[in-house]
Write a protein that binds this ligand. Structure first.
Ligand code: NAD
Length: 348
């Protein structure tokens, strides 16, 4: 049995990744589309065998309520629209999968969680990396202290962009620049791998003056997070450098280095560890899996078996709280402490 999804927003991610990924799903299928463009709706519906009556505009989005084929709604819109479409979607009684970043503020995340609770629907944030096999293997090895206790992580996620008119460069639509868009992967994956929560952050932010790409949003954020037991995570995210997406977990007796860690494909895992006097280097290869298919099938399984998703709204809320502290630190030029939280790891 497959859960039927309505995809909201027919942009790059939906067309290039999500719709093709359904072909590799075992428990999920696309059954409805929501878009502001009737031409795009017609073309994409034909391509994926979706009925014309299951195509909706943003205005009649609520009509999804009357479509029994739809059990889940997947929000794939610019970040500032997530809250509105999750809250309106919850009122249709359908379960909601929402793209990252969850919203543009922690306050919005709270409203989204409350709306889904009130409507008694599940809410999951699409942290695809938590469903990707290499990242999960690193998580397992680190949590099992495979090379002794983890001491620090270095992470970076950087890319370049060229279009200052794109919503990603507008503060009102994106919420921020490199940090919430791609730096979020360094942040969320570190929490996932360590299974603990940061207690303090320090951020440094910069935008090149006069560059129209970074008039409203930051070009680079470099930040450190202090975790329990003195574990440190040092991250950088940049919107104006060649692609670079890796992290390295440095432990007492070895390290794990995941190259292309946050990419859609092509993860490469290298390890080094001490064995007596010898220093061993290894390349670990495991079968790859489509991350988007794994993520959607996980949500479908949660719906079919009435389970809590691994990455619920609370997971997105925690990331937004941490990002707000990083921005505050960068603005004020001092470390910012985070309130203690417990329980988020239970979801992962
Ligand atoms: P996109 O610009 O390619 O698509 C956005 C869609 O929203 C378009 O179809 C656009 O027409 C529609 N839209 C509706 N109102 C709009 C408005 N006011 N301004 C601009 N567009 C509007 O973006 P995308 O890359 O598909 O990103 C969509 C969401 O998915 C974002 O939240 C993004 O962070 C997330 N995303 C996640 C991943 C991932 O790996 N999980 C990758 C890319 C994007």
């Amino acid at each position: 049995k497959r859960v039927g999804y309505a995809l909201v927003g027919l942009g790059h991610l939906t067309l290039e990744e999500l719709l093709p990924a359904f072909g590799e799903c075992k428990k999920s299928k696309p059954v409805a589309l929501v878009s502001g463009s009737p031409e795009k709706l017609k073309k994409v519906a034909q391509q994926y065998g979706i009925k014309p009556e299951s195509c909706y505009s943003y205005d009649n989005y609520e009509k999804l309520k009357e479509n029994p084929e739809v059990q889940a709604i997947y929000i794939v819109l610019p970040n500032s629209m997530h809250a509105e479409y999750v809250i309106r979607g919850a009122k249709t009684g359908k379960h909601i999968l929402c793209e990252k970043p969850m919203a543009v503020s922690a306050k919005e995340c709270e409203l989204m969680i409350d709306a889904c609770k009130k409507a008694q629907v599940k809410l999951m944030i699409a942290y695809r990396i938590q469903y990707e096999p290499y990242n999960r293997l690193v998580r397992d090895m680190v949590r099992q202290n495979k090379f002794g206790k983890p001491k620090y992580i270095q992470a970076q996620n950087s890319q370049s962009s060229a279009n200052p008119d794109h919503w990603r460069h507008k503060k009102a639509l994106a919420g921020g620049g490199a940090l919430p868009d791609i730096g979020l992967y360094c942040l969320n994956t570190a929490r996932f791998v360590l299974g603990t929560e940061p207690t303090e952050v320090f951020g440094y932010m910069h935008s090149t003056p006069g560059n129209p790409l970074f008039k409203e949003v930051e070009e680079v954020m470099s930040w450190q997070m202090r975790f329990p037991d003195g574990v440190l995570v040092d991250s950088i995210t940049h919107y104006n450098t060649h692609d670079s997406r890796f992290y390295r977990v440095n432990s007492e007796k070895g390290w794990l280095h995941l190259n292309n860690a946050y990419a859609y494909t092509g993860q490469q895992l290298q390890t080094s560890h001490a064995e007596g006097e010898a220093k061993m280097q290894n390349q670990i290869t495991i079968p790859a899996k489509n991350q988007f298919a794994a993520e959607m099938d996980h949500f479908s399984e949660c719906i079919l078996e009435n389970k809590q998703p691994h990455t619920p709204g609370e997971e997105g809320l925690q990331d937004h709280r941490i990002m707000e502290a990083i921005y505050q630190s960068a603005r004020e030029g001092r470390p910012v402490k985070l309130p203690a939280v417990s329980g988020t790891d239970a979801f992962r």
